[in-house]
Design a protein. Structure first.
Ligand code: DQA
Length: 149
């Protein structure tokens, strides 16, 4: 199984650290990328880390991942709650997908309680802050290791 993991981030996450810090914290997306890269190196994973405000770009990265990756970690941000297109793209992948939310979406507005992505996810992490990305990477590495054992 491929040791390449795509970490994909949806709209407005480029503003992490500036955007509603009482909800999302003070860390920037560059901080998250740095921590993910450090952990990936420790776990022997290769990493692609992307963010976009455009739905089609996220779909294109999922298509790229389906040809080459062993897992996807995705925080689809607001597209979580709206995008059947991202769900359909994820359905074409034959490896584990992990959905990450920095905030606990279940504690927030009712429209955030439904996720299109959860139905295809091997696991969902919400409310662990940016540490959720690292937890998802550890789980991805474990499943990739187990598949190769
Ligand atoms: C989010 C939660 C979503 O509801 C929201 O639209 C986001 C970020 C999170 O990481 O907590 O943009 O995915």
């Amino acid at each position: 199984m491929s040791r390449l993991v795509f970490v994909l981030n949806g709209p407005n996450l480029n503003l992490l650290g500036k955007r509603q810090p009482h909800i999302y914290g003070h860390e920037t997306l560059a901080d998250v990328e740095r921590d993910c890269r450090a952990l990936a190196a420790e776990l022997g994973l290769e990493l692609r880390f992307h963010q976009s405000n455009r739905e089609y770009e996220i779909i294109d990265w999922i298509h790229e991942a389906r040809e080459s990756a062993g897992a996807i970690v995705i925080n689809p941000a607001a597209f979580t709650h709206t995008s059947v297109a991202i769900l359909d793209a994820l359905h074409t992948c034959e490896f584990p997908i992990f959905e990450v939310h920095i905030s606990n979406v279940h504690k927030r507005e009712p429209f955030r309680h439904h996720s299109h992505v959860s139905s295809v996810a091997a696991g969902v992490i919400a409310g662990f802050g940016t540490q959720g990305y690292l937890l998802a990477l550890r789980r991805a590495a474990r499943l990739i290791d187990d598949a190769g054992a």
